[in-house]
Design a protein around this ligand. Structure first.
Ligand code: ACM
Length: 582
């Protein structure tokens, strides 16, 4: 334990100078609090449950002492605050367990305050002292996020900023989330994003109190996770031919074109990302998308397909796989499914899921299940024999059979099974959780059947959709402006009060067919993810679009300091930024 605190004191002064400094801090604070009051608006996103602004200001001294409990659960909040305070302000920030003249106090409630739950906090700013109280380390961490948003915008700088008066308005905040599952999905399969880019995504999430990163690790264009004993998944499946142009539009590659576009995460990379996320109270849910969207796996191990000749997909680009021109369900132009009639497929998935379960501590594994085409199954003898053996009458039942088999494997690894809402179609297996993406219908139906649900409808939270009608780069289409996201309500009116509990929460999805790099990624998620954070965290009664807009305007300048390429579609940014002093 002592070691932890020594580490936290990277910026520490020698202990002997300590009591002398305390007096200086107190007197500096006294003098400066008499200074000008803070006139800027308080603009926390997501909006806290209760915020009372008091008179007076807190002025950050040059030497900041954080008093914190010895518990390891305070460490993430403490580390985060030390780093984010000391760099821009240049203040000397130290942590102690036994300080008597502290400037910031972290309190883990000795007896849980039931109003705060597992993630809530109370934040008090008075002229002499900042106090964050919570039942858990997560609560302290979220208190720190709100505290940083009370500082002048320059707190967002990654460098020392001179000449800023680091004053805070005095406030009393009590805050806790509305929903337990506050997620963002990141498709790292269509285009590969590096370990550091994933960490940056997590950095963005935590500022707005998200707690769940759904990593879409496999798809037709790439398999991104090292699986020991199945080396071709990453030797073959992780790489494709790079084609410039619009996704799905270009001519298929030729056999001798170089397959050097892609990448994958080693198991050590994944462990590092999981630890990074854990230190910021973000769980990571892995998705292995089967039986459709599996061309990268099939290219690696062609025997997993029902359709002969799959070897040729070792050379893939991003060519068209589905024909949606006749509507849903689409006609597959390429059989990108794992073969439900082949026992080797279940042995393959057992190997994959054993390792996925061991790597990812999160309780759920997502097994996809979306958009699995049936037109190749319809003409396959092995599938016909399977249907006869299992007494299946309709081809649609084949996916239900597959999902039940896969769910058994997931559960045998001690994990819970979740899939996209297509898993409802073949009859929902007991305890399966549904991720409702084709609107809210699937989620409503599953909750009525007493199944847990995560809402993520294309109509509100697909962040690959355009956010203006005049995008200057190509997107997948659709139109979801900021206000539409803000107005989303994840608990559908069709559910009665008893059924609400089945909606664990909601998430937005960033599919990356048209997102090739982190600048485009930032453009697609900012600022819409800030609007969604309020949907997920803040009570419905507190949501107010007119109030949100000015708060977001103050955040735009922070985005600039973080060097975020946010979409300006909803803002006349130059004019607005000039008016904002925050
Ligand atoms: C999905 O958007 N295909 C889940």
């Amino acid at each position: 334990m002592k070691k932890i605190f020594q580490l936290l004191c990277l910026l520490c002064v020698a202990g002997q100078a300590y009591s002398q400094e305390q007096n200086q801090i107190a007197s500096t604070t006294d003098v400066e609090t008499a200074a000008a009051p803070v006139t800027r608006q308080i603009a926390i996103i997501p909006e806290p449950v209760s915020l009372v602004r008091n008179t007076g200001v807190f002025v950050l001294p040059k030497k900041v002492i954080i008093q914190a409990d010895k518990s390891t659960s305070v460490k993430p909040a403490l580390d985060y605050l030390q780093l984010h305070l000391s760099i821009p302000t240049g203040s000397f920030v130290t942590a102690h367990t036994d300080a008597t003249a502290e400037t910031i106090r972290f309190v883990l409630n000795p007896q849980a305050n039931p109003a705060l739950g597992k993630e809530g906090y109370q934040l008090s700013v008075t002229p002499k002292l900042i106090t964050i109280k919570a039942n858990t380390g997560a609560g302290l961490f979220y208190g720190v996020q709100s505290l940083l948003q009370l500082f002048p915008k320059e707190i967002a700088s990654k460098e020392l900023v001179e000449g800023v008066k680091w004053t805070l308005p005095c406030v009393e905040i009590t805050d806790y989330p509305k929903l337990a599952w506050r997620g963002l999905m990141f498709d790292v399969a269509r285009h590969f994003f590096t370990k550091n880019e994933v960490k940056q995504y997590i950095d963005a999430m935590v500022k707005y109190k998200y707690n769940l990163l759904h990593l879409h690790l496999t798809d037709d264009e790439g398999w991104r996770l090292e699986i020991k004993g199945l080396p071709k998944l990453t030797e073959v499946g992780a790489w494709r031919v790079k084609k410039e142009g619009n996704f799905g539009d270009f001519t298929p590659p030729t056999p001798n074109e170089p397959k050097d576009y892609g990448g994958f995460y080693t198991q050590d990379d994944i462990k590092e990302i999981i630890q990074y996320a854990k230190d910021r109270y973000v769980d990571i849910m892995p998705e292995i998308d089967v039986p459709g969207h599996s061309l990268a796996a099939i290219a690696s191990y062609p025997e997993l397909s029902c359709t002969p000749g799959a070897e040729k997909y070792q050379v893939r680009s991003g060519e068209k796989i589905m024909d949606w021109s006749r509507g849903a369900p689409p006609i597959a132009l390429v059989d990108n499914t794992l073969c439900p009639a082949n026992e080797k497929v279940y042995a393959f998935l057992d190997t994959v899921l054993t390792q996925v379960a061991a790597l990812f501590p999160f309780e759920y594994i997502h097994l996809g299940g979306d958009e699995a085409p049936i037109n190749f199954w319809q003409k396959n003898d092995a599938i016909k024999a399977l249907m006869q053996r299992e007494g299946m009458k309709k081809i649609e039942e084949v996916q239900g059979y597959f999902e039940r088999r896969v769910k058994t494997i997931v559960e045998s690894k001690g994990k819970k099974f979740i899939g996209w809402d297509e898993i409802l179609e073949g009859g929902l297996a007991p305890n399966a959780t549904v991720m409702s993406w084709r609107g809210e219908k699937g989620g409503i139906e599953a909750a009525k059947q007493k199944h847990n649900v995560i809402m993520t409808p294309t109509t509100y939270v697909y962040l690959d959709y355009s956010q203006t009608k005049k995008e200057d780069s190509v997107t997948i289409g659709g139109y979801i402006p900021l206000k539409k996201v803000y107005n989303y309500e994840p608990i559908p009116a069709e559910l009665n009060a008893d059924e609400h509990k089945y909606v664990l929460g909601a998430q937005a999805n960033l599919w990356t067919e048209y997102v090739k790099n982190d600048r485009k990624l930032e453009y697609m998620i900012f600022p819409r993810m800030t609007a969604l954070s309020e949907v997920l965290w803040s009570k419905k009664e507190l949501k107010n679009w007119d109030d949100f807009q000015p708060r977001l305007k103050t955040q735009l300048k922070r985005f600039d300091l973080w060097n975020i390429n946010y979409s300006k579609a909803d803002w006349k940014v130059e004019e607005e930024a000039a008016k904002t002093t925050n």
